[in-house]
Write a protein that binds this ligand. Sequence first.
Ligand SMILES: *Cc1c(COP(=O)(O)O)cnc(C)c1O
Length: 361
Amino acid sequence: MAAIPLVDVRAQYAPLIPELLDQLQSVLESGEFILGPNVNAFEDEAARYLGVPQTVGVANGTDALVLVLDAMGIGPGDEVVCPAFTFYATAESIVRRGATPVFADIDAATLNLDPADVVERITPRTKAIMPVHLFGRPAPLRELAELGIPIVEDAAQAFGSPEIARTGVASTFSFYPTKNLFGLGDGGLVAVTDEALGDRVRMLRFHGSRDKVDFQFVGYNSRLDELQAAALRIFLRRLDEWTRLRREAAGRYASLGLAEVCELPPDEAGHVYHLFVCRSPDRDRIRAALRNEQVGTGVYYTTPLHLQPALRFLGYEPGSLPETERAARENFSVPLWAGIDARQQERVVDVVREAAAVPAR
Ligand SMILES: *Cc1c(COP(=O)(O)O)cnc(C)c1O
């Protein structure tokens, strides 16, 4: 039987290749490649989509985080509370600024920051809370906002969720090709609810200058380019349909009975299923069976950030974030993308059910 990939990026954009070629050709004919009309238009269209006053295109999702923290004046001596069950860049951006990431544990059901544990980690030095909308599920923004500390949403995995980007002072996105909204290479975006902060990010992405004449800050060179923006404009118009297909596929896993053999991500309206991540104490056996049947599967953050070599200096010990560490041991994903078909999903479920039926040795 044909292999089923974990994600089929090409299947999502293949029908759009003629439209993409047309727009890429226009960029080639214009001779404008950096910060031109497509970037401006995409920034406006993304701001309208997200319901924020402005967005700023940058080179990637990691830079988006660093630029926001810099624009907020966060640096040495400051603390930012974030999860350890996330991609490395979340905490890396804080360390890159010379500030200290303070890890809070996650909620076992949602895998997102647990507001009750966040409260315990706040000190007079806490300058921001950085929740991650993990795997496409919105973090508990309302509860976190009640703590009265500026929020920076790491929304790299959640473009398309209607609940995000309007609570935080800023939200950051990545257009890495496997994300829900993706480019044809690297790209990123900062969305702000505070216009002054947006203006500062806009200057920072170009060496701290507004006009290429006066340089007000020591900044960065981190820009979205015209070819990426031209593709992103096309993809943004398809995003709601892609999200609908992702949510439909997630619902199908539930109705096919996958929940009988492993723990499924609880559904909620704002979840855009960047990945479909399940849990099982038996995950290694299940994954071996999936690989054996050529079905794609992934595991995420198996060494959580508080135990990563580069961050050992922060002093966290194994056992210090119990729910994070349990999720690291138990999580695994099964194939999901916008357009996966029901037969492929049936086969995935069959393989998992068969693996789970074999009694543990
Ligand atoms: C992908 C990702 C990033 C980094 O984005 P890049 O564009 O690869 O730099 C940051 N945070 C999270 C949670 C991500 O998933």
